[in-house]
Design a protein around this ligand. Structure first.
Ligand SMILES: Nc1ncnc2c1ncn2[C@@H]1O[C@H](COP(=O)(O)OP(=O)(O)OP(=O)(O)O)[C@@H](O)[C@H]1O
Ligand SMILES: [Mg+2]
Length: 271
């Protein structure tokens, strides 16, 4: 999100048009780059409270799909709906979704505190409310002692956590996360899975989570959308994908996954 775009969002009341809804629906969404179809006829529904993972190998269209939902990339065909309201014609600010980008996209000249509070400031919230919500978001991602640093003074993993805090600080109705844990070490990645699940439940919103990590998708998501070559190959709950895999369309064979059903349910149960 650019500053200019966010300012524009403040005028329309960021997210106010899309705050209450039950279902996000993609209807035959397509996105082409020249002759290359990055997404083809992508249709699925996500219901309020659900955590859905978009899973697939590099280049399959995961980020493209997320950016189309966020409004950062126009679709070339199909439509996107919140209940019966068409939203693919709305600006990103009018949609008001929280977004964690694959490359963080933090404002380099702003402190961590100002990065996290940016969306709230654009919504013209009171100073003490902004301070409270920023503190809470930073505590959630365990960066409460880093609030005065600049992003450039932090590790990649810390910047990724700032990006998560920025996305959740506005308490959005829909959170879009693009490989948010890819730069964290293994221990922190496992801890943050639990945190992300807890954040999702606390917000009571929809989370759409992009990953190429099968174990991550299985352990976090209520449902998984398997993408390959821009097309949906399978949609289902983790146990359904495990019991009835379409191995040729999954990034790796489900049967050979290191994950087990017991481990997948752990994060969801404790998160
Ligand atoms: N701006 C662009 N111009 C041209 N082609 C693009 C552009 N953005 C994405 N693509 C192409 O669209 C396809 C899907 O890209 P996308 O970034 O959505 O993949 P991805 O699943 O997110 O991959 P990764 O896991 O590596 O992030 C790729 O073939 C990519 O090269
Ligand atoms: Mg990507």
């Amino acid at each position: 999100m650019t500053r200019r775009r966010a300012r524009r969002g403040a005028k329309v009341g960021a997210g106010s048009m899309t705050q209450s809804f039950r279902t996000l629906r993609l209807d035959r969404v397509g996105r082409a780059f020249g002759a290359m179809n990055a997404l083809r006829d992508v249709s699925f529904e996500v219901h309020r409270g659900e955590f859905v993972a978009l899973l697939g190998p590099s280049g399959c269209g995961k980020s493209t799909a997320l950016n189309c939902i966020a409004g950062l990339l126009p679709t070339t065909s199909g439509s996107i709906w919140l209940d019966d309201r068409r939203i693919d014609t709305l600006s990103p600010e009018e949609r008001g979704f929280g977004m964690v980008f694959q490359n963080y996209a933090l404002f380099p000249h702003m402190s961590v505190r100002d990065n996290v509070g940016f969306g709230l400031k654009m919504q013209k919230r009171a100073k003490d409310e902004i301070a409270r919500k920023v503190d809470a978001a930073l505590a959630t991602v365990r960066l409460e002692n880093q609030a005065d640093k600049l992003p450039g003074q932090m590790s990649g993993g810390q910047q990724q956590r700032v990006a998560i805090a920025r996305a959740i600080a506005i308490e959005p109705p829909l959170v879009l996360m693009d490989e948010p844990l890819s730069n964290l070490d293994a221990k922190l990645r496992l801890e943050m899975r639990q945190e992300i699940r807890r954040i999702h439940q606390g917000l009571g919103s929809i989370t759409i989570y992009v990953t190429h990590d099968q174990d991550e998708a299985l352990s976090l998501a209520d449902r998984i959308v398997v993408l390959r070559d821009g097309m949906i190959r399978q949609i289902g709950a983790p146990h359904e994908l495990y019991q009835t895999p379409r191995c040729s369309t999954s990034p790796t064979s489900w049967a050979s996954a290191t994950a087990s059903p017991a481990r997948w349910s752990h994060a969801r149960a404790t998160g």
